[in-house]
Design a binder for this molecule. Structure first.
Ligand code: HEM
Length: 317
């Protein structure tokens, strides 16, 4: 029996009426996936101990193809990237916390706009510059993992290969890349540059694309003379934050979300950026109050703030 429906729930409070929607694609034996794009539903899932990133059962067929493809890209030498690791995977939470502490300690200094940020500040100031911003961002992020990390068009190309192989579609190209080992080579090169730390590989190849998007937004803000003169570095930094398009979860027991029933094994696609754009809920950006919170939740805004400060010559503002 084919079921592909959007479950609609109407919530009424003293102040407003809200319609919450989830989309469930369910064809027994073929696919069982729920897309979630409401902040309240996303946060409920993010706090639900029975919805995890263990990715045990891979049935049905299309679920299996999707999870296997993403896990293949987001693993290296038999180890999963932290963003695809279960909540209780050995050492995950300790490593997440250690990175969070380390990046938080570095955040105040980078928010002042040190000279390391000059290439990015120059890129923001010069809208006609042909320089690619990707390697400039990669260099700054990479240096948080290795003092000798040096980005160029080859390392940026590796990040683009990894990101492209995560995007839906392009099955034949992805197959060719898999057979030729292109994606594995890209990961191996970046892993070597960050001392084998998979959080580092994630940062310079996957998370980086959200930061690059933010830099393009910053350049547009800078071009507007009124905004250039009025936005504080904190305000500008906040306006350049983008959430990941999607993060993946899997139910380990049955339940319901927005009135939509799911069973053990159902995949849940949390559409964070869509949820943030529709609602303005900034907690979607880093899922900061949840077990999977981004360790860079303070460092990334501080870095963007530092770039704006330097670009506008607003040190000490
Ligand atoms: C705009 C930039 C970024 C955004 C919006 C962002 C957002 C997120 C989100 C939403 C998660 C949770 C994923 C999930 O629930 O499955 C996450 C996880 C993570 N992020 Fe970020 N991130 C950004 C940049 C970075 C950077 C620069 C780093 C490293 C320097 C980083 C390192 C990580 C790591 C290691 C995890 C996995 C944490 C764990 O569950 O153990 N992120 N990020």
């Amino acid at each position: 029996m084919f079921q592909a429906h959007r479950n609609t729930r109407v919530e009424r409070t003293t102040f407003f009426t809200r319609v919450a929607v989830v989309e469930h694609k369910h064809i027994p034996g073929l696919v069982d996936v729920i897309k979630v794009d409401q902040p309240a539903d996303i946060l409920r899932i993010a706090h639900d101990g029975a919805i995890d990133r263990a990715f045990g059962p891979r049935r049905p067929l299309l679920n299996s193809l999707l999870v296997s493809r993403i896990l293949r890209v987001l693993s290296f030498n038999g180890r999963r990237f932290p963003t695809m690791s279960a909540k209780d995977a050995t050492g995950r939470a300790d490593r997440q916390d250690a990175l969070w502490q380390r990046l938080n300690a570095a955040a105040p200094a980078i928010s002042t706009g040190p000279s390391d940020l000059e290439p990015l500040a120059r890129w923001v100031r010069d809208a006609h510059s042909e320089t690619a911003v990707g390697p400039l961002v990669q260099q700054v992020i990479g240096r948080t993992f290795s003092a000798t990390f040096t980005a160029d068009e080859v390392t940026w190309g590796a990040a683009q290969v990894i990101a492209a192989s995560l995007a839906p579609g392009n099955t034949w190209r992805n197959l060719a890349w898999r057979i030729s080992g292109k994606v594995t080579r890209a990961k191996a090169m970046l892993a070597k540059m960050v001392g084998g730390d998979l959080a580092g590989v994630h940062a310079v190849s996957v998370a980086i694309h959200n930061v690059v998007k933010g830099l393009h937004q910053m350049r547009a803000l800078y071009l507007d003379v009124a905004l250039r003169q009025t936005l504080t570095p904190e305000m500008a930094g906040r306006r350049c934050l983008y959430a990941p398009g999607m993060v993946l979860r899997q139910a380990t027991s049955s339940g319901t979300i927005s009135g939509c029933p799911y069973s053990s094994g159902t995949l849940l696609l949390l559409e964070l950026e869509k949820a943030r754009q529709a609602s303005g809920d900034e907690s979607m950006i880093f899922l900061a109050d949840t077990w999977s919170r981004c360790p860079a939740e303070q460092w990334v805004p501080a870095m963007l703030e530092g770039i704006w400060r330097r670009a506008t010559n607003a040190q000490g503002q």
